[in-house]
Design a binder for this molecule. Structure first.
Ligand code: TRP
Length: 436
């Protein structure tokens, strides 16, 4: 609707293992394709602080960080188009984590699925409920909220298992905004409905935890061997075969063209031998993977090049994060003493009260509204309902940065309050622009 501000997408990848075909088809390939759309900004990062929650093996964290970064680059991620960085290179993230920790309800975190699952496991085993649970697991959603909020991302592409975390990030952001003013965009989960979930070697979902994966960049001979081990039924060559429920067919679909899939479907009906079907699958996967594998092997042999890409990404990310955290420090009261007010800090309070301010809220109709109050706290203008907090937030951002020009562009979504004039509005917006 508002159109001019790009939608910012952000997602993190925890480096705790070696990328497999399921990660590639389900996450990397669509994420890289998404970077080619216009009107979007993409932030992709290695969530290595998160990795420390799952694994305390330093060599594994280190190796996996390299493998994952090299994989993304090898798969065609263009670091000029995407802000690609490593979480632990952005010290503003742990700083923001603390600010958010202090506004996040402990009860909210008690309800996190990952934490509750760890507790349930302990209960079942008759252990103390927090046995072996580190506080990092408990704090996981706050760190993740900081990842997202530090760049004011609008959309967070994640798997379904992560939806609760995004909701928590919204809750925490709203609490902070309520206490300290409108600093954060309220993020939304972006769930890809038609993305492939690949079957693994045993027919269950391909996943590290089932130990049924095919590593993305395994050498061709190994790829062939793994494909040969995919479970099939015992139908003989010449016997018609079922595509439904066939892990092999499903994998093939994720890599083959529509015509190839149709031909394979026919071949199943005609009774193709499993060995031949597996050979076709191997050729089809290898066709896509081979050029990327070459690039991957090069990068793995030149880790300093990968490091340089991440450093450049961190620099771009910090150009945004550093001033933003400075603003947040001010907001929460971590300020230079040189600017301290006379008795009781009244001056600081008064100066806040003299600023016009935006207030965002949700009505019973489920829509997202905002209003602008003048420096006296009196209503100046009022928005209509927006479908998402992002749209409301971006309208506010436009008013803040462009003043009356944005007011005109945003008609008829905004209404001047009764008895108020455009001049008053214009003065308030100018005051906000100066304050920035
Ligand atoms: N928790 C995510 C996962 O396990 C990884 C992650 C960390 C993330 N921080 C994030 C994803 C921020 C999106 C946004 O998949």
């Amino acid at each position: 609707m508002t159109g001019t501000t790009p939608t910012r997408f952000l997602t993190g990848i925890t480096p705790s293992g070696t990328p497999h075909l399921g990660n590639y088809a389900g996450m990397m390939r669509p994420a890289i394709a998404a970077t080619h759309s216009s009107g979007v900004e993409n932030f992709y990062f290695l969530a290595d602080y998160h990795a420390l929650i799952k694994t305390q093996d330093p060599a594994r964290v280190h190796q996996s960080s390299l493998e994952i970064a090299a994989s993304w680059l090898a798969c065609g991620l263009n670091p000029d188009k995407v802000v690609f960085y490593r979480q632990s290179d952005i010290p503003e993230i742990p700083e923001l984590t603390w600010f958010l920790t202090c506004v996040a309800g402990k009860g909210l975190l008690n309800r996190a699925h990952a934490y509750k699952a760890a507790q349930d496991k302990n209960h079942e085993a008759g252990r103390d409920s927090d046995d072996g649970v580190n506080a990092g697991l408990f704090m996981y959603p706050v760190l993740m909220a900081a990842d997202i909020l530090i760049f004011n991302a609008h959309q967070v592409p994640v798997g379904r298992d992560q939806i609760q975390h995004i909701e928590m990030a919204r809750d925490i952001a709203a609490s902070f905004n309520h206490l300290y003013g409108e600093h954060f965009v309220l993020p939304e989960a972006a769930i890809e409905e038609q993305v492939a979930t690949l079957a693994g070697l045993d027919g269950r979902k391909m996943s590290k935890s089932y130990d049924n994966t095919i590593p993305l960049f395994t050498p061709p001979a190994q790829l062939k061997k793994l494909i040969a081990s995919i479970v099939t039924d015992s139908r003989l060559p010449g016997e018609p075969k079922q595509t439904e429920g066939s892990a092999l067919f499903q994998l093939y679909q994720a890599f083959a063209s529509a015509e190839e899939v149709a031909a394979m479907r026919q071949a199943y009906a005609d009774g193709i031998a499993w060995g031949d079907a597996k050979q076709r699958l191997f050729e089809c996967i290898d066709r896509e993977v081979a050029p990327m594998r070459q690039r991957y092997e090069y990068l793995m042999a030149h880790p300093q090049e990968v490091e340089a890409v991440l450093q450049a990404g961190a620099k771009r990310a910090r150009a945004l994060a550093t001033p933003f955290v400075q603003r947040l420090r001010e907001a929460v009261g971590l300020r230079s003493l040189a600017s301290a007010a006379s008795p009781g800090g009244k001056k600081a309070k008064a100066s806040k009260a003299q600023q016009p301010s935006f207030k965002q809220y949700r009505e019973a109709d489920g829509k997202f509204y905002f209003k602008l109050l003048d420096s006296q706290g009196q209503l100046l203008c009022q928005s209509q309902g927006f479908d998402s907090p992002k749209e409301a937030g971006s309208a506010i951002a436009q008013l803040q940065s462009q003043g009356m020009a944005a007011w005109a562009a945003l008609q008829p979504q905004l209404t001047l309050a009764a008895q108020r004039s455009q001049d008053e509005l214009s003065a308030a917006l100018a005051q906000l622009q100066q304050a920035d």
